[in-house]
Write a protein that binds this ligand. Structure first.
Ligand SMILES: Cc1ncc(COP(=O)(O)O)c(C=O)c1O
Length: 392
């Protein structure tokens, strides 16, 4: 009887998604810190700074003045209008607020987008290296993620031509693009972004554009997929540019034909998005000056690493166009990036993420460094990595 009961609570096959290895690095770093070691954290991809003061003030006021009940499922009208207006400021686009759906971070946006746009067993292409939850959410929902290995030849992006080549071999239903991307920090040029959208739409492939790192572009301006088609599903978030990871708030721009489906799904999955976070997010748009200061800090950190790391011995990395990531090729030292990251943490006191999280095969040769920390930490990281690499 007991044996039978145990079988009844076996996890489902669909829940069997791979873990995020970066969390193992986080745990190892915490153990070292508990022993008194000072660790420079470059493993987790989040701003070191908190939400802008305008957001904090609005949240404080709401705590004392509002009952904070549910909101409309698709989000507070005032926030949706503010988000739509931002597309005018950022890209000269006129977005109908009716197409804006507020979500619990972009993570919930992906779940809603995949459920609304794809059937079970549909195939969805993602770039490798790429953000692992794209693949893992898709497989948990019964879709088939198709990883496309990208290379320097296309600036690590899926182009229209590559997409159609894969589509000819295995019919695709969707493709996810991201610019700037995680873990590479690379960006798609406007021509490549437009090309992939046009090719996908001609072939009947639904495009999902992850624009979570918009606002953090240094090499050139990141273009918005909505400029090329009203049928692309855009996923974005207050987590990165707006420094609000823990508030768990994001948004989608949904094609008109999918708005009601997304609304019905979110009604059932979440009822609504945390009200306090929505109020804070609307006010975050008034924190532009602070946020631009933070952005300039990342830009300076990027410069410190781009100049310092080659001298320290890490001289091969992908173009660090945007976001706050540098994806370094460490194959000169090791072809086991997990072991390399573990050693670098223990011996140099710098925590970074092994590339295997993002690209199961070639990631063995890569390490992702997040440069969202302080300027001082970047200088120390360069020094520590340099001293350590000279010894090994
Ligand atoms: C590329 C990318 N997309 C989406 C997310 C999810 O972020 P959130 O759910 O906080 O909006 C992340 C988080 O690191 C990311 O790097």
């Amino acid at each position: 009887m007991l044996e039978r009961a145990k079988q009844l609570i076996e996890p489902s096959a669909r829940s069997n998604v791979p873990p995020f290895m970066v969390m193992d690095v986080v745990a190892a770093a915490a153990r070292l810190e508990a022993q008194g070691r000072r660790i420079i954290h470059m493993e987790v991809g989040q701003p070191a700074t908190g939400a802008p003061s305008s957001a904090i003030a609005a949240a404080r006021a709401a705590l004392s003045e509002s009952a904070l009940g549910y909101t409309e499922t698709v989000g507070m009208r005032s926030l949706r209008e503010r988000i739509a207006r931002a597309y005018g400021d950022w890209h000269g686009l006129d977005i109908d607020p009716a197409r804006v759906v507020v979500t619990t971070g972009s993570s919930a946006g992906f779940m809603l987008a995949f459920l609304a746009a794809f059937e079970v067993a549909n195939r969805v292409a993602t770039a490798l290296p790429g953000y692992p939850p794209y693949r893992h959410i898709l497989s948990a929902l019964g879709c088939e993620p198709i990883g496309i290995a990208t290379t320097a030849a296309t600036r690590w992006a899926i182009t229209g031509e590559i997409l159609l080549n894969v589509h000819r071999e295995r019919r695709l239903n969707g493709v996810i693009v991201a610019s700037p991307a995680n873990p590479t920090g690379t960006m798609m040029t406007t021509a490549v972004l437009e090309g992939v959208i046009r090719s996908a739409e001609d072939a009947g492939i639904t495009v999902i554009s992850d624009e979570i790192y918009h606002g953090l572009d240094y090499a050139f301006r990141a273009d918005c997929a909505a400029r090329f088609s009203p049928r692309v599903i855009i996923v974005n978030s207050f987590s990165k540019y707006f420094c609000m990871t823990g508030w768990r708030i994001g948004w989608m721009i949904v094609p008109s034909s999918l708005v009601r489906a997304v609304e019905r799904l979110q009604q059932n999955l979440a009822i609504s998005v945390p009200t306090l976070a929505q109020i804070a997010a609307a006010a975050a748009f008034d924190g532009r000056a602070e946020l631009e200061d933070v952005r300039r800090g990342y830009e300076e950190n990027r410069r410190i690493l781009l100049e310092g790391l080659p001298q320290a011995g890490l001289d091969s990395f992908l173009p660090a166009d945007g976001a706050f990531y540098l994806y370094a090729d460490v194959s000169r030292f090791s072809t086991d990036s997990f072991a390399f990251a573990k050693r670098m943490l223990e011996e140099a006191g710098v925590a970074a993420t092994p590339g295997v999280d993002f690209d199961p095969q070639r990631g063995q040769n890569f390490l992702r460094l997040c440069y969202a920390g302080s300027r001082e930490e970047m200088h120390q990281a360069v020094e520590r990595i340099g001293n350590w690499l000279r010894k090994i």
